[in-house]
Design a binder for this molecule. Sequence first.
Ligand code: FES
Ligand SMILES: [Fe+2]
Length: 384
Amino acid sequence: MAISTQERDIIREILEMAETKTTHMLPEVMANPVTNYTSPEQLDKEINTLFRKFPLVMGHVSDLAEPGDFLTHDATGVPILITRTQDGELKAFLNVCRHRGARLEDKPCGKARTFSCPYHSWTYGLDGKLRGMPQAFGFDGVDKSKIGLKELPVWERFGLIWVMPSVPDHEVDIDAWLAPLAEQLNGLSLGTHHVFRKWELHKNMSWRLLLEGFQESYHFCHAHRDTACAGYLDNQSVHLNFNPHVRHALPQPNIVELRDKPESEWEYRKYFMTQNYIFPANFVQVQTDHVYIHTVIPTGPGTCVFQCMMLIAEAPATEKAERYFTKNYDLIRVVFEEDFVIGEGIQKGLASGANDDFLFGKFECGLQFGQAAIDAALRGEIAV
Ligand code: FES
Ligand SMILES: [Fe+2]
């Protein structure tokens, strides 16, 4: 596959760093106040801004491939119903009846023609329109066209379903928002991929601690000593800051063989794991032959949920392929768990007073970029 100018630049930089034994550095160490992890007011602000006013990944297009397919999503605290209409349009709604607020659809996913409220059977179409109600004479004079399900913005981009969990007061330009990563992610054709595994984990740690496990590679040869360490050059990675998104490219040790090849023969993907952070809480983690999509969402002070999908180019056609990808899946579960155990341990010590600040080193670039972007978004300086 042809590589982009951006990828060629990343490789050049990595080769130079491997030669000079340096790594990507920012000018200063950053002190991040521990209150950013412990303060309930901070968490409220994060939820009300980051998890209401920005698009979050809520599925893969194959989850909603056909008319009538639906998904529900509750992790943000907003009950969301996503549908594929008879016309093939993607829609998202508040999963809340407009009569007296009952939860409309309870199943995590399925197929439906209409949604009928369990309380008094008001019925809505896949397009959210109110279709009918028993004994309609009791609501004479009510304009039924005004009490369809409340719509939320939803998009399909890069084969993923993105939903903003609140109704914005302005037109949202999703393409401008995702533009810095569009060339790379469109090139992956994730829409035609197969969802090999999908899982969700509830963790006793601030969502920020979980997020941070994916924003630096300094910890690889320590926390993942027996697993991921050997797979990458130690703490030598390139961070491209597209404020607020970040492309973090982590090279495999064998990348140094490209030194002896003309640039016209360079390949990118077979030498890298690429962590794409899509603000505020989504990751597209591209491995050499599969991709993890994950999102972390706070569920309370000191708790969060991690939602992940493993995508592969096509469903395994042979037992050998099935075994190969299962092995990768089993390994990533172990690696992620190594991060989560540490994160839950940090959570337990947060209130101890041992630290007023956490120190983000000069090469922990993703942490510094991430915190700066969150601070800016909470000040209203970053918006979709
Ligand atoms: S609350 Fe849904 S029909 Fe009454
Ligand atoms: Fe990790």
